[in-house]
Structure formats: C-alpha cells, structure tokens
Ligand binder design. Structure first.
Ligand SMILES: Cc1ncc(COP(=O)(O)O)c(C=O)c1O
Length: 491
C-alpha cells in the first residue's frame, strides 16, 4: 500500500486509469512479484480517496488482462505469470552493459562504432562558421517553401493518404528527370528515378541490393565516412583505394576478391575536392564491365561549380548499365528535407523497387509534393541561381581571407577544387596534428573537420572548411580566428 501511496498522483486524471497504470508498471518492473497480495479495494479506495467503483474497475481490468488473479475467498494477487520476472536495471548510459555477452549488438555495429566515424552529428551548437556539408540554410527562401508546402497540403486528397508508389511521387520524379537533363546532362525518364531519403539511404539500398554479406566494396581513400560506415553496417568489407589529382587510381583496385561495388564521387571527391579525369572515368567503367561490378556515383554537391572542367556525372558515359547515380536535395534545398534520388539502370528498377518496398516503403508524400511544386513553379531554379552567386562570393572570400592571414604562405595549401560547398586545405607539414588543431578551433567556436580522420592509407593532414552556411563577414572573422589557432599550435 505504501508504494501505491507514493506513486499515485491525485491530480492526474482519470483516476482509475492512473491506478491501473501504477499497478501494472509495478508488476512489469518486477517490484510487485508473482503472488504479492493486492490490498482489498475498500482499503485502496479509502487510502487514495477514490470511489470504490473506480478501484474495482481498475482491478477488474488488470485481472481481465492477466496481471492479477483472484484466489477463491482470499483476495487478489499478482498473477503467477510473473513468476521469475525479475527487475533488471533500466538500460541507459549508466547500465554500461552494452557489448557484454548478455546485451550483445551485432558484430557489424560494434565494429563500425569502434572504427572511424564522421565528425558530423546533430548538435544545435554546431551551427558555427565553417560547418561542412550544410548549405545556405540561414538564407534559404523559407517563405516560398512554406507556400509550396501549403499548396501541397491544400491539394492533398484522401487517396494521397494511402501507401504510395515506392519509386516516389510521380510528379516529383518528372521534375527530377527534367532537372537532371538540363543541369547534369543526364537523360533518365521518371521510370528510372527512385526517390529516397538521403544519400545514406541510397547507399544502404544499393549495398543491400547489389552485394552480399562479406563482399568487398571499393571506397576512395580518403573517403566520405558516411559511405564506409554504411558499407560496414550492411556487412560489406571496404577496401580503400588511393585517390590522386586525377581521381581514384583504378589500377590499384585489388583483383581479388573481386569487388562487387565501387562508391565514387567523381565530380567532387570528398573530402579532397578533386574531379576525376575522363581517362580515369573510362577506366573505372571498363573495370566495372570487366569485373561485373557496380558503380555507385555519389553526386552530392556538384551543382555548384566555379570553373571549367568535367562536371557531368560518370553515369552520362555509362553504356553498359553499370552505374547507379545518387543525387540529393540536401545541398540544393536543405538537409532536413531528407529527399534524394537514384537513377537506376533499367534492369535494376524492379529489384530496387522491391528493396525500397520492403524496407522504408517511400518518403513522406507531402514534402515530395511540395518539392514538385517548388521545382515546377521555378522557385528551385531561382534558388539555384542565388545559391551559385552566394557560394561563389563566400568561396572567394574564404580564399582571400586564407591569403590575407598568411595561412597559405606559412601553413596551408588549397587542394584543387572547382566545385561544391567546402574546400580542403592541406598542411605543408604532413605530420601536423590536424585533429588537435580542429579541436582547438572548436573551442574557439569554429566547426572545422580534420582531414586525417578520412584517410585509411597514407596519412594526410589538413582541414575541411565549409562555406555553404557561413556569411562573408563571418568567413573573414573566422579565418582570422583559425590563423590564431594554427599559430598557437606552431609554437
Ligand atoms: C560525400 C557526401 N555524400 C553525400 C552527402 C549527402 O548526404 P545526404 O543526402 O544523406 O544528406 C554528403 C553530405 O555532406 C557528403 O558529404
């Protein structure tokens, strides 16, 4: 009775439902063990100041569901079903038992979590100068997007509430198809376009559909850690292949075991920023044909290009249906939208559709419809024009600030980069502890990523500086802070 008195909250309504919940939780938590007698309903009613019928009704419900059992003539007890139901400490950081034999995760997960992780994580305080991977969300045309959402909500009919096409909302796929032809030179009808929720999910779907547990997947070195962790979680074994200024060094791809998939970002290598040359692109395609392997092309931010050079996807050159192209709205719109797309070789459409159907089915329909409207009415193209001008200015401001602070002369070289929303700068001194520099920059309010953590083979030391969501004035101030941080590490 004491425990009931302690847990029962007289202000919570309805009273009977609360009494029911308190007793049930005590039983489930193992605090009332099998055979414990429940006080007579009259006593409970008096002590908790409840009507007798409220208490009887709660006890009846618990009995009906099997939590309690009546014994002829001697009252009500916690049911024998709970015999041996012991109380275990609540799982949580203090439990510290994850990984122990009792609470074992898959080996894939344990090993992935023990390996290199992307520095990216959600943290509100990370909206700081130089954040990598975030586009101009601070200057995104939010009003226009809200109108597109309103329009989508207004026209949504009841049919649209049911499960929808796993390939994605058709009007959106049509818009993506036009967009890819116009902007990326990639001709793909909507029937080959699969809408998914971000590049990570595209990689995950691709790995599940195209490779088996233990198969080898080729990743670039250095690489996007989102790709390596997703591959490991899918049970694949990454092999890291060196990237030079021409892109992935195709002849270094191991012949055995024959890799099933290669993930590359040929238009804007992550993190270095280089563009893969035409001869390497053709060599990679020939390799895929020879080995019957697949190429997943991650084309995450190459809409923003600032120079001449090859900016068309490798998928444009693909004549044997070996390339699965992955594009995203995370940069051209905003990351929280979680909408992206894959362009599939014709014969992969049915299998990939099946994988999507049995995993996450499809992305939310309202956002897909709003995005289709946003693209159809010209808002998307208008935003791209503004974004390109904005990024060009921010990038130029960053290059100027790096020169003005003397950083380029004394410490850093800008890696070749004609595209995207970040730049990679490499320390002249390869032994420089870039992780320590990034940590000190973090203390001074900057969000700078070290290059070395993305390297699996030969170590490189440098920093990744994002300019997507950092305004020109902030770039200038932040570069001065960075120069001071680097100077303090040089003494
Ligand atoms: C190399 C690379 N690929 C893809 C993405 C985008 O991923 P998502 O579409 O899941 O937001 C990023 C994000 O920064 C990236 O750096």
């Amino acid at each position: 009775m004491e425990i009931l008195l302690r847990l029962y909250d007289p202000s919570a309504r309805p009273a009977g439902k609360q009494l029911y919940t308190v007793i049930r939780n005590l039983i489930v938590a193992g605090e009332l063990s099998a055979g414990t007698p429940i006080p007579p309903s009259r006593t409970i009613a008096e002590v908790l100041d409840l009507s007798r019928s409220t208490v009887t009704s709660a006890i009846d419900s618990l009995s009906l569901e099997g939590y309690l059992a009546a014994r002829q003539g001697s009252g009500t007890y916690v049911s024998a079903l709970f015999a041996g139901h012991r109380s275990v400490p609540a799982a949580g950081p203090s439990a510290g038992a994850l990984g122990s034999a009792e609470r074992q995760m898959s080996r894939r997960l344990t090993e992935t979590m023990a390996g290199p992780q992307s520095p990216f994580d959600f943290d509100e305080t990370l909206r700081r100068p130089f954040t990598v991977g975030t586009p101009m969300v601070s200057d995104f045309p939010l009003g226009t997007w809200r109108r597109a959402l309103t329009e989508a909500a207004r026209t949504l009919d009841r049919i649209g509430l049911a499960y929808a096409d796993p390939m994605g909302y058709l009007p959106l796929r049509q818009e993506i198809s036009h967009y890819l032809t116009a902007s990326r030179g990639l001709d793909a009808g909507p029937e080959r376009i699969l809408v998914v929720s971000g590049t990570q999910s595209a990689l995950d779907l691709g790995f599940r559909a195209l490779a088996d547990q233990g198969d080898t997947v080729v990743l670039e070195d250095p690489c996007y850690l989102g790709a390596s962790t997703t591959a490991r979680l899918a049970g694949l074994a990454p092999v890291f292949v060196e990237v030079d200024e021409d892109g992935i060094v195709v002849e270094r791809i191991p012949a055995s075991p024959v890799p099933r998939v290669a993930v590359v970002a040929p238009t804007h290598q992550f993190p270095l920023g280089s563009t893969t040359s035409l001869s390497r692109r053709l060599a990679l395609l020939r390799w895929a044909e020879r080995c019957s392997a697949w190429i997943i092309e991650d084309d995450y931010d190459s809409e923003y290009r600032f120079d001449a050079g090859i900016h068309e996807p490798i998928a444009v050159l693909d004549r044997s249906g070996r390339v699965v192209y992955a594009g995203t709205f995370s940069k051209t719109m905003f990351p929280a939208l979680r909408l992206s797309y894959m362009v599939l070789p014709q014969d992969l459409v049915t299998p990939m559709r099946a994988v999507r159907l049995t995993t996450s089915m499809h992305s939310p329909i309202l956002e897909q419809a709003a995005l289709a409207t946003f693209m159809r009415n010209g808002s998307f193209a208008a935003h791209q024009t503004t974004a390109l001008v904005t990024y060009r200015q921010r990038r130029a401001a960053l290059f100027d600030a790096l020169a003005a602070t003397g950083l380029l002369e004394d410490h850093l070289a800008i890696m070749a980069s004609t595209t995207g929303l970040h730049v990679c700068v490499q320390f002249h001194d390869v032994a420089r502890d870039d992780v320590a520099v990034a940590a000190s920059a973090g203390v001074r309010g900057l969000d700078v990523w070290p290059l070395s953590i993305h390297c699996h083979g030969p170590r490189r030391s440098g920093l990744l500086l994002g300019y997507g969501d950092t305004r020109v004035d902030d770039i200038v101030a932040a570069t001065r802070t960075l120069a001071a941080v680097i100077a303090s590490h040089s003494n």
